[in-house]
Design a protein around this ligand. Sequence first.
Ligand SMILES: Nc1ncnc2c1ncn2[C@@H]1O[C@H](COP(=O)(O)OP(=O)(O)OP(=O)(O)O)[C@@H](O)[C@H]1O
Length: 267
Amino acid sequence: MTAAPLVATRGVTVQYGSGRRGVVALEGIDLEVRRGEVLGLVGESGSGKSTLGAVLGGLLAPTAGTVTYDGAPLLVRRGRRSRDLARRRQIVFQNPRSALNPLRTIGDSLTEGPRLTLGLGRDGARERAVDALADVGIEADALTRYPDAFSGGQRQRIAIARALAMDPEFLICDEVVSALDLSVQAQVLNLLADLGRRRQLTHVFISHDLTVVRHLSDRIAVLDGGRLVEVAGAQQIHENPVADVTRRLWRAIPSAVVGEGSRDDRP
Ligand SMILES: Nc1ncnc2c1ncn2[C@@H]1O[C@H](COP(=O)(O)OP(=O)(O)OP(=O)(O)O)[C@@H](O)[C@H]1O
């Protein structure tokens, strides 16, 4: 990992709606995502995690502030650079049921991006899809099947494979294990850790669950009410959390799930 940021936000504010009904979802966010790191993004419900994920992924323009990707402004809507950026960053969302179109085969879903965005031919796109499926431990015969044929955990792997088929350098995972059983969560987390190392991904991993985030992250950023209240190494966040909300998030985790030590050593 090098210290150079791949993505950086300066004074990012996002307001949904306007006037009295407007909601300020993010306020004055200065954050750097370093090349090659796994940055965990945690916070309570409504703290702005998904909104920040969408901003970092270029899906949402901030109301104020700037986002740079590799040193240049992130939100470029047209032209070759925008297509290139769309390949380089991929977002995987929470719900494995709705992430994949139930009416399309896995093959259609996985080859669409490589064909339309990367301009690959049928065979090239298929090869990408097969490689990506292999990376997440799914056989190539999945290509002719529909999402219904797969379990929640398998579907989430396939959604990750769809992102990988674009050969991204930056991956944002937004609550990707929250809807899965605990044992399946562990499998998907191990898979993500392994993929991150093998593909040298820069990875923003969003979750409300600090144990899950700590398992995967090099550093952890904590949001509270749309503000960034703490950014530190994963170990430090575990052993010496500073912000009240970080302590609250640790306390919210049942001791049986914490794994190491007892709940008593939680701050
Ligand atoms: N499209 C939208 N229109 C209006 N308000 C929104 C919209 N999306 C999010 N919000 C509001 O912005 C704030 C931040 O929401 P966001 O989904 O980013 O938080 P979050 O931390 O990801 O929450 P959760 O963990 O519950 O998904 C919340 O108050 C939410 O109600």
